[in-house]
Design a binder for this molecule. Sequence first.
Ligand code: FES
Length: 157
Amino acid sequence: MTVSQESAPTDPPVPTGPTALGPCRRSVVAAVGAAGIAAALTACGSGDGGGSGPTGDASAAGGGVLAKTSDIPEGGGKIFADQGVVVTQPKKGEFKAFTATCTHQGCKVTKIEGGTIDCPCHGSKFSIEDGSVKHPPATQPLPAKQIKVSGDSISLA
Ligand code: FES
């Protein structure tokens, strides 16, 4: 009697609409996602590998020239905060480099004086010769960083 009328209207229209939209939307999102990732990768690639890029920034953010040898005082050193590096010249013509992060609790060292690299946070001091601890509370030396001196230019290796 009325049984056939109840089941008839529920079947055809409901699945057609959403089912048709679902895959299309996913495809569009996937396409945009892939394009976005490609664009991001392209942007990253061009910014990193270009060497001397269009920005004209000469700072050594990775392998570029860090300083001139004449910038580093003999018997002292210089802190390159942006690169997180300390370059020292314990003896004339002998250059060393260390991380600028204190091994005690991670502050950045801020001063080089009297043959030591000094941390302002708790007073640790490190040797400009080998990064060894000259004054606690730090117990571990400043790890060395690799640098390359060619001519009068010092760069991160
Ligand atoms: S973090 Fe450098 S002395 Fe504590």
